[in-house]
Design a protein around this ligand. Structure first.
Ligand SMILES: Cc1cc2nc3c(=O)[nH]c(=O)nc-3n(C[C@H](O)[C@H](O)[C@H](O)COP(=O)(O)OP(=O)(O)OC[C@H]3O[C@@H](n4cnc5c(N)ncnc54)[C@H](O)[C@@H]3O)c2cc1C
Length: 496
């Protein structure tokens, strides 16, 4: 290190040691009092408003975390979300550090009828966790995980990514259902349902909730569990971000791994029909310890083909026997199935480049592979580097609950079918979206309902998607968010 650089580093370290956290953040981001003037903003009804410098300064000073407005250092980094196609400019980003900050942010927004977006891991594919001109309640600083290995439970902050929680839980040989990409946030994933390699064995991520702390639209912090506020607890099992801002999740954990039987078989696309038909049968009869996904895609670091992914978390000797039909499927281009660390299974798709990708999804639940669907997939759909299809296995413990036991209604399905477009820049975006929609048009008649965490949803489709649960959700929404402050989600409008 050159002397000049050493000195610079020493000054920063010295400053860090001398300043309390809030001042340190001001050094990094800039002081709100120095930088801001009035900031133009947008209300929930879409009208223009102005956030006055004095009000913003007071708000910033009332938080332990940092408030960022356009012009601040860090504003551009903080406004970014996972889907590179989404490029929004919030009026204010409140980087909250706990329930008190969240409550103040909710009050600030409600009192001004400011448009609000809530951000956990920032992975909403349609970009619901940011907005133009509104307030983003950014929970990413609240990312602590505390595992109680005796109670087999974990207390998890809403800014935690799946990988962070897996890491802490696996330290004790424990895990719960989380998504299959470790940089996805636990918050949005859990509140909308939460599928993963463990969902057939232990239920959806939301099924493993013991309790949550939530700040509702009136700014009140509430503890919610099967015993306290049970209606709200029911609604948070699939009702998404409609009811408030969760400041803490408590999950049930289960012994898993650390080694599990997992991997993938890749077959040439020319054999797609045979593989799809096999998958339909195999997935329908699999035991709950076995999760099998299908991709018509290019797997990470692999070759375009028909890909069967497995993860078996039971007794490995039984697992090997269950693999026998797969081994008889013919000669794959690739076979990686073997004993693997669970955390590696959970990070196998992480290589997906992160930014600035553009991503567009359509998805829906299927109960099987009728001939028309197999024909559409095998003959009509042409996967390539940009366009793929993926089937996430459901059933098992997911189906142990009835349609009305939780807000998440789609219990009795075989898989979640996705049509995906991923392209590396923002060029040709309208054409690529049109291609995903055309691919979807070939298969959508075979679906029934969709997963709120993946699709763009409008109010009309959201209504039908919650089935028999919708009216109960509307009543709960009216009780906890009568003004529909939390509307950037698969929105449930409060009853009129
Ligand atoms: C790469 C990738 C892989 C994925 N894999 C899976 C998978 O394997 N299984 C699966 O089930 N889904 C998967 N998904 C979908 C995923 O469930 C959603 O994108 C989910 O919204 C991500 O959560 P997040 O906290 O990162 O989202 P964010 O974008 O931060 O939030 C999404 C929405 O959730 C709500 N929300 C977030 N935090 C809170 C909170 N604390 N309180 C109240 N509401 C909140 C808000 O309405 C917000 O708009 C994947 C998505 C991506 C991009």
């Amino acid at each position: 290190m050159k002397r000049r650089d050493f000195c610079k580093a020493s000054v920063i370290v010295g400053t860090a040691a001398a300043l309390p956290a809030k001042e340190l953040l001001a050094v990094a981001y800039g002081s709100i009092a120095e930088i801001v003037s009035d900031v133009p903003a947008i209300t929930v009804s879409g009208t223009e408003t102005v956030l006055e410098k004095a009000a913003l300064t007071e708000f910033a000073e009332s938080l332990r975390g940092v408030v960022l407005v356009p012009g601040h250092n860090g504003y551009d980094a903080a406004r970014r979300v996972w889907n590179g196609m989404i490029d929004k400019r919030p009026a204010v980003i409140a980087r909250c550090t706990g329930s008190a900050d969240i409550s103040r942010a909710v009050n600030f927004a409600r009192e001004r009828q400011l448009l609000v977006a809530v951000r956990g891991g920032g992975h909403s594919i349609p970009g619901k966790s940011t907005c133009d001109g509104g307030l983003v309640i950014d929970l990413s600083p609240i990312n602590g995980v505390r595992v109680d290995p005796v109670a087999r439970a974990a207390r998890v902050g809403p800014g935690t990514l799946g990988g962070g929680m897996d890491r802490e839980a696996q330290y004790y040989g424990l895990a719960t259902t989380l998504g299959t990409v470790s940089h996805t946030g636990v918050a949005g994933l859990t509140l909308g349902g939460g599928f993963g390699w463990l969902s057939r064995r232990f239920g959806l991520a939301c099924d493993n909730l013991i309790s949550v702390d939530i700040v509702t639209a009136d700014g009140t912090l509430r503890r919610v569990s099967a015993e306290e506020n049970p209606d709200l607890f029911w609604a948070l099992h699939g009702g998404g971000g409609n009811f408030g801002v969760v400041s803490s999740f408590e999950y049930r954990l289960h012994p898993v791994g650390p080694q599990v039987l997992a991997g993938r078989l890749v077959f040439p696309l020319s054999e797609a029909r045979r593989i799809i038909e096999f998958y339909g049968e195999f997935a329908a009869t699999a035991p709950r310890e076995l999760n099998v996904d299908l991709g018509l895609e290019t797997p990470p670091g692999g070759t375009l083909g028909a890909v069967i992914y497995v993860c078996y978390t039971g007794d490995p000797a039984i697992g090997e026997k269950l693999m026998a039909p797969l081994r008889k499927l013919g000669k794959p281009i690739e076979d990686t199935i073997g004993m693997t660390e669970y955390v590696k299974v959970q990070t196998q798709f992480d290589g997906l480049p992160r930014l600035p990708l553009s991503v567009y999804f359509k998805s829906g639940f299927i109960t099987g592979f009728p001939a028309g669907l197999v024909d559409a997939l095998a003959d009509g759909f042409k996967p390539d580097a940009a366009f793929s299809s993926y089937f996430m296995h459901s059933g098992g413990a997911v189906a142990d609950k009835s349609e009305t036991d939780t807000a998440f209604a789609h219990r009795d399905t075989l898989a979640n079918m996705m049509m995906i477009g991923v392209w590396p820049n923002h060029e040709n975006t309208p054409e690529n979206i049109a291609t995903v929609r055309a691919n979807w048009d070939m298969v959508k008649e075979h679906t029934s309902g969709f997963y709120v965490n993946l699709n763009e949803a409008d109010d009309r489709t959201t209504h039908g998607n919650y089935g028999a649960n919708y009216q109960r959700l509307v009543a709960i929404k009216k009780q906890y968010d009568p003004g529909n402050l939390f509307r950037l989600n698969a929105n449930i409008e409060p009853a009129s």
